[in-house]
Ligand binder design. Structure first.
Ligand code: ATP
Ligand code: MG
Ligand code: MG
Length: 556
């Protein structure tokens, strides 16, 4: 249907604007720089930046950098590049949660002074036991009733590096019998003797996400703090901090459902495992669902934005079919990608009635439906190459009229796309009995007109051996063979890797018009699919990624 997909956040904002709740909409995109962004982040980016754009507001980019041992500048740089590539611009300076560490520290002191936070010496295990369970109230920590003075002194010593990691932590004093586990005296600061990519060695205590996030939103005046549904249970804590601290603004958290896609994985931690275990070559391997991987695969920013638009924003979790993402790129490239011919698995064809050394050039449209894209020149010579699978010695008997062999067979004719009709008169075989060359004649009367007295089986693509460029074609397929590779408790997702997710065809040849094509240029190779030039290309040899096939071969 053409119905506009739901975006319940937009509905909330429209009602807020109508009721003058806010003058200006301020959102934020808050990645933790502990990996490359993936397609799930694209959903959040389109939502946060797209919402700001739509309502004339601003969207901050904030690096949520409270776990220095997992974070790095490399990740920060990749995130900046991905957001820009998607076509979005953050408002003002780039923000870092670490910029607020002084303020957050002061607010922790404020809670201590109010008797609402304490230094606790329980270890991780013990703290978990004291916390209780969903069915059982927790037990107060033996350190819960330390005096304000003692807590201030201990917290200062934590900050000064006098304690080992894990020796103690600062906890909010809320309610050990709260039904919501997040309110059972959550940790707000922990000791971590790690230098930080932004603050160096200034700190050896770092705020926990829950303590940092809402307060950062308050500092930045975020009107709508949009996060995924796992954080719904954290909202009471988010609000508790805002109510109990002298913050300059009261932000509000709203949750939406995460994007999950079948046949892939959307978790930075697991994607990192694929990289670390060499299951893929890098974070931007074209099989990865990372933004940089999709980019290298040939996806356009427009197609990713279109996809995010199509899936909508709701509060119900569901798995989106990979076919939808593929449909989005097909739709974009169908109208925007110039056509070209590439023979991926070449079979030699000799036109016995054409002189050696003669070249005949054809002007073919770059796009059949868009004249503004101009023309390309394709050269024909005596020595041609066609796709191995476009020839069969003996054509199969057709079961019905839709089942006819539409390619070349011995004794039959076929049209070379944009050129002549050729007939295969004979074949040459090697010692193994394999066909290695077709001896054909071309019909000079068939340039732009039908042959007289016979009918070609169909139309196939081709290149001239001399007037084409060598290339390596990388055929990519889905990374996993299972729709939900992460569903099985007994088996790791690593066991469901698709062994055919990459097939390399290193003897391919592409028409000369692609010579020197720049990385990220996209094409439709006639009959073969959509392709994109890879950065691995050299002057001698193009490397070309298959973005997606022409039709959905996974559809049942
Ligand atoms: P991951 O589990 O992959 O590490 P994350 O949520 O920990 O994801 P962050 O860097 O914290 O990663 O994410 C930044 C923003 O992107 C957050 O607001 C988060 O909610 C959002 N986000 C992350 N994954 C998805 C997803 N699959 N669908 C929608 N939004 C997502
Ligand atoms: Mg996170
Ligand atoms: Mg994470």
């Amino acid at each position: 249907s053409n119905q506009k997909p739901t975006n319940f956040i937009h509905q909330i904002i429209e009602s807020d604007l109508q009721n003058n709740v806010h003058e200006k909409i301020v959102t934020r995109f808050p990645p933790e720089p502990n990996g490359y962004l993936h397609i799930g982040h694209a959903k959040s980016i389109c939502l946060n930046f797209g919402t700001a754009e739509k309502y004339n507001g601003v969207c901050n980019l904030r690096f949520d950098d409270t776990n220095p041992d997992k974070e790095s500048q490399e990740y920060i740089d990749s995130i900046l590049s991905d957001i820009k590539w998607l076509g979005y611009q953050w408002g003002g300076e780039i923000c870092y949660t670490s910029t607020y560490f002084d303020q957050l520290f002061d607010w922790a002191i404020h809670l201590i002074k109010e008797g609402k936070a304490y230094v606790c010496d329980l270890g991780v295990e013990a703290a978990r036991e004291y916390r209780g369970s969903f069915s059982e109230a927790g037990t107060d920590s033996p350190y819960r009733n330390r005096s304000v003075e003692e807590n201030l002194a201990l917290f200062e010593r934590m900050k000064n590096g006098e304690f080992k990691e894990g020796a103690c932590s600062l906890r909010a004093k809320i309610d050990m019998s709260a039904a919501n586990m997040n309110l059972r005296d959550p940790m707000i600061y922990r000791i971590l003797h790690t230098s930080h990519h932004q603050t160096g060695d200034k700190w050896c205590i770092y705020p926990i996400y829950d303590f940092a996030h809402g307060q950062s939103d308050a500092i930045e005046g975020i009107t709508h703090s949009l996060c995924t549904l796992e954080f719904e249970d954290h909202r009471p804590l988010y609000e508790w901090f805002i109510e109990n601290l002298p913050v300059p603004y009261t932000p509000k958290q709203y949750e939406f459902s995460r994007l999950e896609l079948n046949y892939t994985i959307t978790s930075k931690r697991k994607l990192k495992q694929l990289v670390d275990d060499n299951a893929v070559t890098s974070w931007n391997d074209p099989r990865m669902p990372t933004i940089s991987g999709l980019r290298r695969r040939g996806y356009t920013p427009k197609s990713l934005r279109q996809f995010c638009d199509m899936i909508g924003v709701t509060r119900s979790n569901g798995v989106v079919d990979m076919g939808m993402l593929e449909a989005a790129i097909r739709e974009d490239l169908d109208s925007s990608a110039p056509r070209a011919m590439c023979v991926t698995r070449p079979l030699k064809v000799t036109l016995t009635n054409m002189e050696e050394g003669v070249e005949e050039w054809f002007e073919l449209p770059a796009h059949p439906k868009d004249e503004s894209m101009g023309v390309r020149r394709v050269g024909l010579t005596r020595n041609l190459l066609i796709e191995q699978e476009d020839f069969i010695e003996e054509k199969p008997v057709a079961k019905n009229k839709h089942d006819k062999w539409k390619r070349l067979a011995t004794g039959d004719a076929v049209r070379l796309r944009g050129a002549y009709v050729i007939t295969c008169n004979d074949v040459v075989k090697n010692e193994l009995g394999e066909v290695i060359e077709l001896l054909c004649t071309y019909d000079p009367e068939t340039k732009g007109s039908n042959p007289q007295g016979y009918k070609p089986n169909g139309v196939i693509h081709w290149v001239s051996e001399e007037l084409s460029e060598p290339c390596e074609v990388r055929l990519y397929d889905r990374l996993f063979t299972e729709a939900n590779p992460d569903a099985d408790k007994e088996h790791s997702f690593m066991e469901f890797l698709n062994p055919e997710s990459l097939v390399i065809l290193s003897d391919s040849r592409v028409e000369r018009s692609l010579k020197g094509a720049e990385p990220e240029t996209r094409y439709q190779f006639e009959r073969m699919g959509y392709f994109c030039i890879d950065a691995d290309s050299s002057e001698d040899k193009l490397v070309i990624n298959r973005t997606v096939t022409l039709r959905d071969s996974w559809a049942k």
